[in-house]
Design a protein around this ligand. Structure first.
Ligand code: GLN
Length: 188
């Protein structure tokens, strides 16, 4: 199994380390042809408007949409969550529009630009998941097919729809690899 990690900007190296800790090989994706032959794709955190510009420049929007529509699992974290959303509150920035969610960017306020908390994630067992939030978005509303997997302060921060998984936080910045394992288990 080989997992692609979109490597235009942001925290892609850290995702590769988490995948390696799961015993899984990964490649850095910067060109459409690098999407051939991967069994899953991670879109990392970073800055979603910059990532959108780079994805446009490298002609990655349509090939990634096709990958998603073929049913290949895609995991978006933080800016990656924003890229997967259909709706971004108050913004017309480019996005993949693959997942039926509306997101609010930079949603936790200026005073708390970044913070860590323990999340209860029933899908991952009873042990809470340490979650690092950095200028994080949250999910404001979801379509019927979206399953909410965790909330923080009544805000949705982890969700799944079919082959799409999104986290508002950075699972690649802790040693806990359960969410990466969960994603790998989505691959048939
Ligand atoms: N605030 C960033 C954005 O809107 C996301 C932050 C992150 O990925 N850590 O794109």
């Amino acid at each position: 199994m080989v997992i692609g990690v979109l490597a235009l900007q942001g925290a892609f190296i850290e995702h590769q380390k988490s995948l390696a800790a799961c015993g899984v090989e990964s490649i850095q994706v910067r060109k459409p042809e690098q999407l051939d032959g991967i069994q899953g794709l991670i879109i990392p955190g970073g800055e979603s408007t910059t990532m959108g510009k780079l994805m446009h420049r490298f002609d990655l929007f349509e090939p990634i949409r096709e990958l998603g529509r073929r049913g290949v699992p895609i995991f978006g974290t933080c800016a990656g969550l924003i890229m997967l959303a259909k709706e971004i509150a108050g913004s017309d920035q480019p996005r993949l529009s693959l997942m039926d969610i509306e997101v609010e960017r930079n949603a936790f306020g200026r005073q708390v630009e970044s913070f860590e908390t323990d999340l209860m994630v029933p899908d991952l067992g009873e042990e809470p998941l340490r979650a690092v939030f950095i200028r994080a978005p949250y999910i404001k509303s979801t379509g019927n097919n979206v399953r909410v997997m965790a909330t923080f302060d009544d805000k949705i921060v982890l969700a799944r729809q079919d082959n799409y998984l999104v986290a508002a936080f950075h699972p690649e910045l802790t040693d806990d690899i359960r969410l990466h394992r969960y994603f790998l288990n989505m691959i048939k």
